[in-house]
Design a protein around this ligand. Structure first.
Ligand code: A5A
Ligand code: ZN
Length: 482
């Protein structure tokens, strides 16, 4: 894409994002009479399924078992861990009636599932010999969000919530699990061409009930950051609250250790936001429901048109046989121009144009969605050529995202320098940090930003804290956030 165009839609990102969800028929939002809830339409649902498939594969490979827990959590269960309920109490939806009767037990719509899962783990697990145990589920969770809601980005029904929950015999094993989870998410985001930074959230911004939180954040086209995944070391906080103890290796009786980690609808939002352009979605090949769309170009003569259609079907078989998700758009009531517009908006990576010239010479014209560059190939080589194009498109999308991300991270040494970066280049700014909350607060107020946390893995900083002048222990990252 030429840069000026990209810049144009980046400036009106929010508007563009709403437009593209509708235009590509991904997610119907804002028309349902309950705020913060949307509908995955068929095309969006296919994308969602492909994304989840990648994630399921990574989780299954690393020994996670998929489960499904109840949606409703009784109040006493949700309230067991003190910090957890404090963190969530103003976001919980409650069911208080069953039919005409007032319930004597208030029931929460799960905002996340640490509590019901720990409850069952305490029934299922008695010994270190059963550990580690790794569960995950993909479900709807509900949070009464009070910040501005946005389709896929901040919803009240998070309908693509993948939450993993693990149990371990020692702190060290839980630490190892945190590393594995980070590794799984890295591979997951990498496979989608999504760039990110990994930070350890400051204590004042960790998950409610966790020892600490590691977060993945990305920069959206308007320069604001979005948290796209989190990994929590829960310590023994929940197992203690549930009196969940196990026989340990040294023949004692102790509370096991837990982690949890989650991603959501935001992954699809990010895919769309970072790869898309003026014409709509641009999808990486692994999640594109259709990887190649064949569009016949009509001819005046009926005989020639028959040949074009016949040849298009041959091209379709060749691509399908090679395992490419190809489709032929042979609608006779739609012009090729309208078909281009339609499939470009849906982000299909490769367009295959077939006219009388292609049919006569047994060639195909390939147009790639990311650069719109055209090439011509012989039918015999078409499948290989399309595969090569798909992988080139994937690399290009990932590379573009990486460049965008790295040009939106600034290391500054003074507040003024940081202010300039936030105002001009947007994205993330890193400042040397002494470790005090007070100094971070000062920066937040001065620059109207929030903290993302410190680099993970930990990094020692050069220089001094620009607020208090004491030696810095590391960097603190700041940004304007969704
Ligand atoms: N049980 C743990 C995993 C948990 O609930 N962690 S979390 O609260 O951090 O949520 C996991 C991820 O869900 C977040 O990293 C964020 O990417 C996403 N998320 C949180 N609130 C959301 C919302 N209202 N809409 C969409 N995604 C949301
Ligand atoms: Zn300081």
């Amino acid at each position: 894409m030429p840069e000026p165009q990209r810049r144009r839609w980046q400036e009106r990102f929010s508007e563009w994002f709403d437009w593209v969800l509708e235009r590509a028929e991904v997610y119907d939002y804002g028309r349902y009479p309950v705020k913060g809830m949307g509908v995955w339409m068929p095309y969006g649902f296919s994308i969602r399924r492909n994304v989840l498939e990648l994630l399921r594969r990574l989780l299954d490979e690393t020994g996670h078992d998929e489960v499904l827990f109840p949606l409703l959590i009784p109040d006493f269960l949700l309230a067991k861990e003190g910090e957890h309920i404090k963190g969530f109490e103003d976001e919980v939806y409650w069911v208080t009636r069953g039919g005409l009767e007032e319930l004597d037990q208030k029931l929460a719509l799960r905002p996340t599932s640490e509590t019901p899962i720990t409850y069952y783990e305490s029934l299922w697990i008695q010994s270190y010999k059963q550990l580690p145990r790794k569960f995950y589920q993909v479900v709807s969770v509900f949070r009464y969000e009070t910040k501005a809601t946005r389709p896929l980005i901040r919803v009240r029904e998070i309908s693509m919530f993948k939450e993993a929950h693990t149990v371990h015999e020692s702190f060290e094993d839980a630490e190892r699990q945190v590393m594995e989870a980070i590794d799984v998410y890295k591979k997951f985001f990498d496979s989608l061409g999504i760039s990110y930074v990994i930070s350890r959230r400051p204590d004042w911004d960790k998950f409610a009930g966790a020892l600490y939180t590691i977060a993945f954040d990305t920069v959206l086209p308007d320069g604001r950051t979005l948290q796209i995944g989190t990994v929590h070391n829960l310590g023994q906080n929940f197992t203690k609250a549930f009196s969940f103890r196990i026989h340990t290796r040294d023949e004692k009786y102790d509370y096991p250790w837990q982690t949890s980690y989650g991603v959501s609808d935001r992954v699809v939002a990010t895919l769309i936001a970072v790869h898309g352009d003026d014409m709509g979605l641009v999808l990486p090949s692994n999640i594109a429901p259709t990887q190649a769309i064949i569009i016949p170009i009509p001819s005046q003569s009926e005989d020639e048109m028959r040949k074009v259609l016949e040849y298009s079907r041959r091209a379709l078989s060749a691509l399908l046989e090679a395992g490419i998700r190809a489709k032929l758009d042979d609608r006779s009531d739609t012009t090729p121009g309208d078909k281009y517009y339609y499939w470009d908006a849906k982000g299909v990576p490769v367009r295959v144009e077939v006219g009388p010239r292609e049919a006569a010479s047994e060639t195909l014209t390939l147009v790639r969605r990311d650069t719109l560059r055209r090439t011509s190939v012989h039918l015999r080589e078409a499948a290989e050529a399309v595969k090569k194009l798909l992988s080139e498109i994937d690399s290009n999308l990932a590379e573009r995202a990486r460049k965008f991300m790295s040009s939106h991270i600034t290391r500054a040494s003074s507040i003024e320098e940081a202010r300039k970066a936030i105002e001009e280049r947007k994205g993330i700014v890193e400042l040397p940090w002494c470790g005090s909350e007070e100094c971070a607060n000062k920066v937040m107020q001065e620059l109207n930003v929030k903290t993302l946390g410190t680099p993970w893995p930990p990094e020692r900083a050069e220089g001094v804290c620009p607020v208090c002048g004491r030696p810095a222990v590391t960097y603190m990252r700041y940004s304007r956030q969704y």
